[in-house]
Design a protein around this ligand. Structure first.
Ligand code: ZN
Length: 316
């Protein structure tokens, strides 16, 4: 199955390459939907970290804008990355470290905005009441290339520990609350609302919030392909501006409304999760990116991450 998917992705990439070679402006012409409107295809996972993408899509739809967002839902980061890296979407709301790794491996993408500010927690069961207690425990992260991995490293550093003192395991986000409840793991850090879920079902408590460990942490980013930026620069600019504006419009009430619509989670889970996150300023600054860059190197996520100049486009 996996192999077939890979072959399909490869054939899709080949076909796309052929189409682009055959006609210089296929990207722009091929983007019209049935209403004659232009679309931008954005990949996402159903998490509170992606709310500005949903809000931007809703706002552009409500104003009957000539640019519409086609949201493409994925079930895991690897699936989403495959779509982004093979050009099947124009962009994605994605863990920024995963996008940095793709960029490092030669994929033509740029980070154009943050997905959110703050909004992560480390949750643990009763056996872990302080950072020291993590020693010898099993801890889940969604992916090695994530701010959740960095936050784990930051928490351990508070107790003079490193990841070598912990059994670190990768799990898919929706599996984590039940894995904590069943005792399969002792703690985790992952995109919301799955931290809030553990607290809500009394499977765990918040050991740290992200801002206690890392001020102005970066986590998810809005990423666009170089193809989209270069071939449809005006649309890219319009979309990024709309996206940042949508973030400002996500008041607590509005965020709840959008989360209910797109995430299919209990009210109590969403209410708690949305207390931890904000979307009002989604610009990626050079200073905050540098802190991320240093942590990525320090904690061994990558020896050679892309620089701000190489990876971030901030002038839309
Ligand atoms: Zn995030």
């Amino acid at each position: 199955m996996m192999k077939q998917n890979r072959i399909f992705a490869f054939l899709t990439a080949l076909a796309l390459g052929a189409a682009l070679t055959g006609c210089g402006n296929t990207s722009a012409e091929g983007s019209e939907n049935t209403d004659g409107k232009k679309t931008v295809k954005i990949a996402y996972l159903p998490i509170t970290h992606a709310l500005p993408v949903f809000e931007a899509a809703e706002e552009l739809k409500a104003s009957d804008d000539e640019l519409q967002v086609e949201l493409v839902k994925y079930g895991s980061w690897p699936e989403l990355l495959d779509a982004l890296n093979t050009g099947r979407v124009d962009g994605a709301s994605v863990l920024i470290e995963l996008a940095m790794k793709s960029k490092q491996e030669g994929i033509g993408i740029k980070a154009v905005a943050l997905g959110h500010k703050d909004g992560n927690v480390i949750v643990t069961n009763d056996s872990v009441q302080k950072a020291e207690d993590l020693k010898g425990k099993t801890f889940a992260i969604p992916h090695r290339q994530s701010s959740h991995n960095i936050l784990l490293n930051d928490a351990l550093a508070q107790a003079g520990l490193t990841v070598d003192d912990v059994n670190v395991t990768e799990l898919s986000p929706p599996e984590m609350p039940s894995a904590l409840a069943s005792g399969q793991i002792d703690g985790y850090c992952v995109a919301e609302p799955f931290g809030a879920k553990a607290v809500t079902i009394n499977a765990g408590h918040v050991l740290y919030s992200s801002e206690e460990l890392w001020q102005d942490s970066l986590c998810c980013g809005l990423v666009l392909t170089d193809d989209f930026i270069e071939n449809r620069t005006e649309d890219a600019s319009h979309f990024v501006q709309s996206y940042k504006e949508a973030g400002k419009n996500l008041t607590p009430a509005k965020a709840k409304e959008i989360a209910v619509e797109y995430l299919q989670q209990d009210d109590a889970v969403l209410d708690l999760s949305l207390k931890w996150i904000r979307y009002d300023d989604l610009e990626i600054t050079a200073d905050t990116y540098q802190v991320l860059f240093d942590k990525v190197k320090e904690y061994g996520l990558s020896d050679n991450p892309p620089t701000y100049e190489e990876f971030v486009k901030n002038d839309f």
